[in-house]
Design a protein. Structure first.
Length: 945
């Protein structure tokens, strides 16, 4: 979450400056004044240089030491700041400014605990000093004394600069920014009703809501409100009511009646929810509030400290929804004062997270004796330790809300298919696989005791073991995130494969029905389901519901079908996994090569399936002007340009098609765009480019002079790029385009399985040390999405792989194929490409980082590049190009950009550079499948009536 750190320091230092100057020696005063001026202008490095000169003159000046400390704190040089503040405090134990610096240092660095007595000392020593009041209130806020901080800020309100800063803090704390509303004097007095209030309950197959003195079923259909816009993580959600109101309006227009918040959000979210529901009662949105819990360390959920933290999270969540929330500043979490009561809209509380199987297994093994729990509201007679622990949390949540607010709502835990209570014979765990693999001759090393193994179908969490007492009329519900492509047993079990819906075979529906049969006595909610529109694919599904690789229209059709399947299977509702694409996410497929990982949020990795689950997306800036249309290219200067014919003319009537005119390059947060203009592009009968007698190679170096091959394949005489190429675009055979990678730069390799030489596996090269060589072959970029697996009867499921190299064509002017990566501008005689940054193994284009190898074992590292270098060659095809073989023969180059010298080397290779970026602006839109989901939501909305 956004944290208000040390933005008040400048005011404090400025107020103290006159006091300091009076105590300085004449020789050091000009240097100090210059340093103070540099500090005011934000030039902290220059300020420090000037202070160091003053320090030589007056090494024991507390004024110089304190200002040095403030500069170092601004530059996050915490150790140096601590030394200077500490020395000043030792020289003058009564110096409040030094104590203030140490307090701020503790808050900002998180390395030194801040003591409340130090903060309150500021006020005691200078009770009327407004600067100290402002600092004390700010620090009280930082250390979690939110109400005390708010009261102090409130007393400072006024028109002077102190009042302005106080109001800024209060607006942040209450979620009132840009609303120009009256600041509350605190949270409303708590009034506990005498009778138990139950507005929603979980009973039978559905949720119910109170309607007067009666109850009516309500079928939930909606979305998960992932709050991370491009450039932000989930821990940096919007803080403005107006942003959430816009989202609620769009979600309601989709036909949703429910949103799920996977964690506590800023006060503005709850304020906006109430405002939306009061202003738009016909499109009211219910809230499923999740209380997200961290992973325990060590893996024992019963640790007293972890127990206390988990219960505190539950208490905070319940206080928040009742308008009594007081959340301290915590890194990665919401904070503030929650004065808006939304409890009448909160249909249910979800506890926990999608626990990884290894956590559940470890906790069960650590606590074998903890198999039951007896509570006032929730009990379990016989279960595993994790189930007993979760029962205790459910009971605590019910108890806390009744005791403090005399209210209840349905309670559930977060669960997922990997932990379901069903048996899946097609899914052997790792240790069960070993005998089968050894029997085949494979040589294996058993996993070490420290190796984390997340087996599916190895351990379960079963909500049917929870028993709710008559004291909990709101009841319990089960909740699962379900995705058709994972775990593998969802599409391999014979019983699931035999199930059909109106559109054909549907193992997803088969699984839904089987799970509902187990949970027949309680509502079963799909707390997340979805499929992705990424270009990359993370896992294949036999009927096309892959983890990625779907167009927006295909996603919409698939989501609509799954929405209907949930209703058909008797579930209590379903919430699509994400309402908007979130760039900060990294899946197993891309995570090892996201370097540095904290900058993933600044660019859109179109190869990552986890970034494409939303219905609302954010188009990169160049999409509309460089690919969907071509208008933006007019303003892009060419990297290379020439106006004469081909270097080598041939008497076949295809010289114009082989003539290279120009090469232009542009980029945005998602793609590198290329435009290769030629003398003429012919169209074939399909209106595709005709490459029968004109083919092209576009060489790409992502780090000129560092990686790849100097000699280029398939051409004779040889063609050389002295700074190398680690990627080649080949446009030709059959009207296709392929992006090939230099073999010596490919971080993956296909190699025999130990003991099974006829079987191969795709894995990372460890160690991997790419370099520039005279020759390297080029090969396709392969990805293994589904590893080889075994059923419990020994049946083997082979691995599944696909090639990222095959580029997808889209006719110009069409926009429905959102997976396409190349097209043709026939009017402009140009071939146009958009290449995902990750396809070129950029680990972070925002800081110009490319994959550079491995260090210290299996850890990949990146290096900064000066830019991208390109060349282009045209040729008349002969025999198929052998990209993996050194070119002892081949065909001559017809034309090139830039020109070739007499030795066949490119002359004057140019580099395309782009500015780094640390922030991103974006504009959102609905994906093309929106209307399909909207229709499905309308269809299932009246399911229970």
């Amino acid at each position: 979450m956004r944290v208000n750190r040390i933005w008040l320091i400048a005011a404090l230092v400025l107020i103290a400056s006159a006091y300091y100057e009076a105590r300085l020696k004449p020789q050091s005063r000009p240097l100090y004044e210059s340093a103070l001026n540099s500090y005011r202008q934000g030039n902290h490095d220059l300020s420090l240089l000037e202070l160091e000169r003053a320090y030589v003159i007056e090494p024991n000046s507390t004024a110089i030491l304190v200002l040095m400390g403030w500069n170092q704190l601004k530059l996050r040089r915490y150790d140096a700041a601590r030394e200077n503040f500490g020395r000043a405090a030792r020289l003058d134990p009564g110096l409040v400014e030094a104590k203030l610096g140490l307090v701020y240092l503790g808050i900002e660095s998180g390395q030194t605990p801040v003591r409340l007595e130090d903060i309150r000392t500021l006020l005691e020593q200078e009770p009327r000093n407004r600067d100290y009041q402002l600092a004390a209130a700010t620090m009280l806020r930082q250390v979690g004394q939110t109400r005390e901080a708010a009261a102090l800020f409130y007393r400072m309100l006024g028109r002077d600069r102190y009042g302005v800063l106080a109001r800024k803090n209060l607006e942040e704390m209450y979620g009132l920014e840009r609303l120009n509303e009256e600041i509350p004097r605190g949270l409303a007095p708590l009034s506990r009703p005498s009778e138990l209030q139950v507005n929603f309950r979980a009973t039978g197959p559905y949720f119910q809501r109170r309607s007067g003195n009666a109850w009516e079923n309500v079928y939930l259909h909606g979305v998960n409100l992932g709050p991370a816009v491009p450039g932000k993580t989930v821990s940096e959600p919007p803080v403005l009511v107006e942003e959430y109101l816009a989202w609620f309006e769009q979600i309601a227009a989709l036909g949703a009646n429910t949103v799920r918040a996977s964690t506590l959000l800023p006060p503005a979210f709850y304020r906006a929810l109430r405002r939306h529901n009061e202003n738009s009662p016909q499109s009211r949105l219910y809230l499923i509030q999740q209380v997200w819990l961290a992973e325990p360390a060590p893996l024992d959920l019963f640790q007293p400290g972890f127990q206390a933290v988990s219960r505190q999270e539950l208490a905070w969540a319940l206080d928040v929804i009742h308008g009594q929330g007081e959340l301290p500043v915590r890194r990665g979490h919401a904070d503030g004062l929650y004065a808006v009561d939304v409890s009448e809209y909160v249909l249910g509380l979800l506890i926990g997270r999608d626990w990884e199987p290894h956590i559940v297994s470890a906790n069960n093994q650590t606590n074998p004796q903890r198999s039951s729990y007896a509570g006032n509201y929730v009990s379990i007679i016989q279960g595993n330790a994790t189930e007993a622990w979760l029962a205790g949390l459910l009971d605590y949540a019910a108890s806390y809300e009744v005791q403090k607010y005399n209210q209840q709502r349905p309670l559930g835990i977060v669960n997922w298919a990997a932990l379901d209570p069903l048996a899946h014979p097609t899914e052997a765990n790792l240790l069960e696989e070993f005998p089968f693999r050894r029997r085949l001759g494979e040589r294996l090393t058993p996993p070490g005791p420290e190796e984390v193994i997340d087996d599916n179908d190895a351990v379960s969490v079963d909500e049917t073991r929870f028993q709710s007492s008559p004291e909990l009329p709101a009841g319990l519900f089960a909740s699962y995130s379900v995705f058709p492509f994972y775990p593998d047993f969802l599409y391999r079990e014979a019983g699931y494969l035999a199930v059909r819906d109106a559109e054909g075979p549907n193992p997803f529906l088969g699984y839904l029905k089987a799970l509902k049969a187990h949970y027949r006595q309680m509502p079963l909610l799909a707390s997340g389901y979805g499929i992705s529109t990424s270009i990359g694919i993370g896992r294949f599904h036999p009927y096309g519901w892959n983890h990625g690789g779907l167009t927006e229209s295909e996603q919409g059709a698939g989501l609509a079908r799954m929405t209907r399947n949930l209703a058909e299977a008797g579930w209590a509702g379903g919430l699509i996994s994400e309402w908007q694409d979130q760039w900060y996410r990294a899946s197993w497929l891309t995570r090892p090569l996201a370097i540095p990982p904290e900058r993933q949020l600044l660019w859109n990795n179109r190869l990552d399936p986890d970034q494409g689950f939303g219905l609302w997306t954010y188009d990169p800036a160049g999409e509309a002007q460089f690919f969907s249309s071509f208008t933006g290219w007019n303003a892009v200067p060419p990297l290379y340009v020439k106006d004469r014919g081909p270097a080598q003319s041939l008497p076949d009537g295809w010289d114009a098609e082989r003539t290279l005119r120009s090469l232009k390059v542009s980029s945005d947060a998602a793609f590198v765009y290329l435009r290769l203009e030629v003398g003429k592009v012919r169209a074939d009968r399909r209106n595709f480019p005709d490459f029968r007698q004109a083919q092209f190679l576009i060489g790409i170096s992502t780090a000129p002079g560092r990686f790849g091959s100097r000699v280029q394949p398939g051409l004779a005489p040889q063609v050389r790029a002295e700074s190398g190429a680690n990627f080649l675009l080949h446009i030709g055979e059959g009207g296709t385009a392929r992006l090939l990678i230099a073999s010596n730069y490919n971080p993956r390799e296909v190699k025999p399985i130990s003991g099974l030489p006829v079987n191969v596996q795709l894995s990372y090269r460890i160690p991997f040390r790419p370099q520039l060589e005279e020759w390297s072959g080029f090969e396709e970029i392969l990805v293994e999405t589904n590893r080889r697996r075994f059923a419990r009867d020994g049946r083997q499921f082979p691995p599944q792989r696909y090639s990222l190299s095959q580029l997808r064509y889209r006719p110009a002017g069409q926009s429905d194929d959102t997976l396409a990566t190349w097209t043709c501008d026939f009017a402009g005689n140009a071939l146009v490409f958009r290449l995902p940054w990750a396809a070129l193994f950029f680990t972070d284009p925002s800081s110009r980082q490319v994959l550079a190898g491995t260090e210290g074992g299996p850890r990949f590292v990146a290096a900064e590049t000066s830019g991208l270098q390109f060349f282009a060659v045209s040729f008349r095809p002969g025999d198929p190009v052998e990209f993996g073989m050194f070119p002892l023969g081949g065909v001559p180059a017809s034309d090139s950009l830039p020109a070739l010298d007499e030795r066949g080397s490119f002359q004057g290779l140019k580099t395309y550079g782009w500015p780094k970026w640390d922030s991103i602006s974006s504009k959102g839109r609905w994906k093309a499948g929106y209307t399909s989901v909207q229709s499905a939501f309308r269809e299932v909305g009246g399911r229970t009536r």
